[in-house]
Structures are given as C-alpha cells and as structure tokens.
Design a protein around this ligand. Structure first.
Ligand SMILES: Nc1ncnc2c1ncn2[C@@H]1O[C@H](COP(=O)(O)OP(=O)(O)OP(=O)(O)O)[C@@H](O)[C@H]1O
Length: 205
C-alpha cells in the first residue's frame, strides 16, 4: 500500500498542490490527470523520492519511504517522461544494463512483447520515437518491482501497443501490483478498472 499524506508541492514559488492525500492499494491502477503544468510529473517525482515535498509524506507499507530506502527502491520501477534509455547502446545492451539479473532469453521475450525483435542490436539513437519508448517499456516485462510509477508511458505508442500495455498493467494489478501513470490520451475500453485522480488546483482550497 502506498499512502500519500498531506503532500504539498511548490515549484518556482508557485504552489502546485497542497495537502494532497490519497492511497493506492495492491491491485490498483491509478491515472493522475490534469492540464499541462498541473503538477503531474512533479507529483510522480515526489512519489518516487526524486524530489522532496514542501510538506507531507509518502509511506510504503506504513513506513515513510525515506526511512527504508533499499526496500523502497527494490519495490519501485519509475519510468520518466523521457524514454530514459542510453542512445548509444542497443535495446539488448540497455536492458542488460538495467536488468543484469535477467538472462538473454528473458530479455528477448521482453523485446518480443514490445515488438522490437529484429531491432535488438540497433543503436537506440537510430530507432523511432515510439520504438525508443518501447525499449524502456520492455522493462515492465523484466522488473520484479511491485509499484510502477510511469510518466506518460503511452506517448508515441500506437493503438495496438497501447492495448498491449493496458493488458500488462491489468495483469500486474491482478498479481497484486500497483500502477500509477499519467497520460493525456483517452484510455481504451479495456482500461475500465483505472481509477482517476485529477490535479485541478482545487487541492489548494
Ligand atoms: N525543476 C523545476 N523548477 C521550476 N519549476 C518547475 C520544475 N519542475 C516543474 N516546474 C514547474 O511546475 C509546473 C508543473 O510542472 P509538471 O511538469 O509537474 O506538470 P505536468 O502536469 O506534468 O504537465 P504536462 O502535462 O505538461 O506534462 C510547471 O509550471 C513547471 O514549469
């Protein structure tokens, strides 16, 4: 269980949200919604511990995340809004770098899930925008983390790819995982179980 308790975020002297509280339980898929600049990325970065809140706390299984760094990092897979893969390396090399515990067959399976077979040795810099994001998304088939925090994972992904990702999110949730994502896209019907949390600025009242 992830608990967000009275979280406040100030950027550039502007309060993006104030005393924001919600929780995400095992099996939940949560979409953070809001206009451009509402603070979605800022919230995800706070949740992941990549920046510090003005006030408030994030707890994982009842304990502040800052007090259990090792366990927290093992439990978390964070994919930022940039693909976050190394451009000079191939998809195979990138995934080996991030998941050294996985064998080549497992990495090839993950590349197959994201339709990158045949591109495994091509430098990422030479791949299309959607393919570059798919390299990062292949990690969803390699990670053991329970909590996925995904910033705009569907950007540049085609319709079939989005459908496949939704299936993967659902499968992860059904196995007791948690997914928190942002997207500006309309989610397909298969996303019926997605709970929405909207950042409107009303949290400031
Ligand atoms: N490191 C930073 N320093 C100063 N201001 C920042 C920083 N990061 C974000 N901001 C500001 O915080 C506000 C919220 O940004 P954020 O990226 O969280 O929004 P968002 O909801 O994810 O937007 P989008 O839908 O456009 O991706 C923006 O006005 C942005 O300029």
């Amino acid at each position: 269980m992830l608990e967000v308790i009275n979280l406040s975020c100030v950027r550039d002297e502007r309060t993006l949200f104030h005393t924001l509280s919600f929780s995400v339980a095992a099996g939940d898929i949560v979409q953070i919604e809001g206009a451009n600049g509402a603070g979605k990325t800022s919230l995800l970065r706070l949740l992941a511990g990549l920046s510090r809140p003005e006030a408030g706390e994030v707890r994982w299984h009842g304990q502040p995340t800052g007090q259990q760094r090792e366990q927290w990092h093992q439990s978390l897979l964070f994919l930022g809004h940039q693909p976050g893969v190394k451009a000079v390396l191939s998809p195979l090399e990138n995934l080996r770098f991030y998941h050294p515990d996985r064998d080549t067959a497992q990495i090839f399976d993950a590349l197959e899930y994201v339709d990158l077979l045949g591109y495994e040795e091509v430098p990422v810099a030479q791949l299309s925008a959607g393919q570059q994001r798919r390299v990062a998304l292949a990690r969803l088939w390699l990670s053991d983390a329970a909590l996925w925090i995904l910033d705009e994972p569907l950007t540049a992904i085609d319709k079939e790819g989005v459908e496949k990702l939704m299936q993967r999110f659902t499968q992860h949730a059904e196995q007791g995982g948690l997914v928190i994502l942002t997207t500006h896209q309309d989610l397909p019907k298969s996303a019926a179980r997605v709970r929405k949390i909207r950042l409107t600025g009303a949290e400031l009242l």
